[in-house]
Design a binder for this molecule. Structure first.
Ligand SMILES: [Zn+2]
Length: 152
């Protein structure tokens, strides 16, 4: 015996799914598409994936579009910088004899290392709001200098 399933209608193509995510699907297609979504899990999942993609693209474009701020880190008091912007963290190295093997490290509040690399500074695309520490390490690991950074 033949089991009939309700006809879910035609799947929409990738282009339409993407346009729907970006809010640029024409109105005459939006209504039938939303009707189709009610009965089609496959397309609902496709929309979800497309939404994620569109969001991450938008976030990437927004971040790329923002100019990088140079944040000079001083040893006195915390330096405040905005979240959601690309930053160049530039520690004040005056009075410090820096060796090529020295490194700079960015840690979060809990002391977890977020970034570690070569001097003179740290490029970050954006940092979540919070308190951070930047440390200059001698080649052997000894902390030569420490800076406090607040992202808000
Ligand atoms: Zn479908």
């Amino acid at each position: 015996m033949l089991v009939t399933t309700p006809n879910p209608g035609r799947h929409f193509n990738d282009d339409d799914v993407e346009r729907y995510s970006m809010g640029s699907l024409p109105e005459e297609l939006t209504a039938p598409f939303e009707e189709h979504l009610l009965i089609c899990e496959t397309c609902r999942n496709r929309v979800r994936e497309s939404d994620d993609f569109v969001h991450s693209m938008k976030a990437a474009v927004t971040e790329m579009g923002k100019p990088e701020l140079t944040v000079k880190l001083a040893t006195v008091g915390p330096v405040v910088a905005p979240g959601g912007s690309p930053l160049f963290l530039l520690p004040d190295l005056s009075d410090l004899v820096v060796a090529p093997t020295d490194s700079v490290e960015l840690t979060d509040e809990l002391g977890n290392s977020t970034w570690r690399g070569a001097l003179p500074g740290i490029h970050v695309t954006s940092l979540p709001i919070g308190r951070y520490r930047v440390r200059i390490h001698a080649g052997a690991g000894e902390v030569l200098r420490e800076y406090s950074l607040h992202i808000q």
